[in-house]
Design a protein around this ligand. Sequence first.
Ligand code: ADP
Length: 171
Amino acid sequence: MTSPTLTLVRGDITRQRVDAIVNAANSSLLGGGGVDGAIHRRGGPAILQECRALRASRYGKGLPTGQAVATTAGELDARWVIHTVGPVHSRTEDRSHLLASCYRESLRVADELGARTVAFPAISTGVYRWPMDDAARIAVETVRRTGTAVEEVRFVLFDDMAYRAFAARVG
Ligand code: ADP
């Protein structure tokens, strides 16, 4: 176990060719907007079908914030989608540990699967309103600190602001 190589791409996570694509899901696992919507649109119905089965078998109350679970990647150019639920940002409560947990748990699931290349979006920075600079700090620090057999962690940033925030942290 060593530290994975961190790479940055500006673009659409659904276009990445990697072993696993991480989805910024919501706890229902039944789809949403942003990354989630894009993954289900491009990946096709097989992903939602497996998400429904996971809801029925293991996550009747939804996937808890900070946890991660894998499904097929359907028609995406990947083997798996790893769904993780980011925390909604709060001004009154520090939920950083939950955001860090998303990265750690996703890498743990990736290791269980044997994934070597994993693409992450900037979890929680869309609808869940986490400030981009802080989200980038937590993402990069957590991935660097996590022991994993994953060789490449690719952060896929949707716009220039996100790309610059991650680039400043990766150095
Ligand atoms: P969350 O609910 O965790 O905030 P969102 O999907 O709303 O998740 O947004 C997370 C981040 O992903 C945002 O910075 C958003 O701009 C970005 N994003 C949205 N669509 C894509 C995409 N297709 N590929 C990569 N990043 C995306």
